[in-house]
Design a protein around this ligand. Structure first.
Ligand SMILES: [Zn+2]
Length: 187
């Protein structure tokens, strides 16, 4: 390429660079960038609103789910039941361990007979070391997704008063409550 051609191209480039840096163009660009950022935030707000709406609908659906009752042998909607959250104590040990109340089992009171239903879950199908992982723990999943949907939550840190019965309904109907399914037995 002859030298003059090169220079022409160089000049052209410089000219276009010069145009890019023109203050009005720079202003336009930053204006467009701001607009785009604004519309992205607006989009995110809309998504969050949509998410909140879906979560509320899920709660609304879940609180109508029914649990079979060991007290009256009928079934009750979750939203009509009083939940008892039991707690058990870990005494202090050493300098930093213990001295706190742990969440224990959940129970509900039959509104017709006042029999306490102990909601029991078992995940002995899962290897011991993995049982407390959330994804393997139907009890924690039930607690997270359903506890707040009961009519009322009562805390209890003493012994369960009579009359009470064991209730395995949620554990045996995990699909209905969207809980982790039991693993296929290897035997
Ligand atoms: Zn009942």
């Amino acid at each position: 390429m002859p030298k003059s051609e090169n220079q022409k191209i160089l000049k052209k480039t410089r000219k276009s660079e010069k145009t890019d840096f023109h203050p009005i163009n720079a202003f336009k660009e930053s204006f467009i960038r701001d607009l785009m950022a604004l519309s992205l935030e607006g989009e995110l707000d809309n998504l969050r609103l949509k998410e909140a709406g879906i979560l509320a609908s899920i709660d609304e659906r879940n609180k109508r789910k029914k649990i079979d009752c060991e007290g009256c042998h009928k079934s009750h909607q979750i939203k009509n039941l009083v939940l008892i959250q039991t707690r058990w104590y870990t005494p202090p040990s050493g300098c930093t361990e213990g001295d706190y109340w742990n969440e224990g089992e959940m129970q509900f009171i039959c509104p017709e007979t006042n029999v306490i239903n102990r909601l029991l879950f078992f995940n002995d199908d899962v290897p011991y070391g993995e049982r407390r992982n959330y994804e393997n723990d139907p009890e924690e999943q039930f607690r997270r997704n359903y506890k707040s949907l009961f009519k009322e939550i009562v805390e209890s840190c003493g012994e369960t008063p009579e009359p009470w019965k064991n209730n395995y309904y949620a554990n045996q109907n995990r699909k209905k409550f969207g809980l982790v399914e039991k693993r296929k037995s290897s035997s």
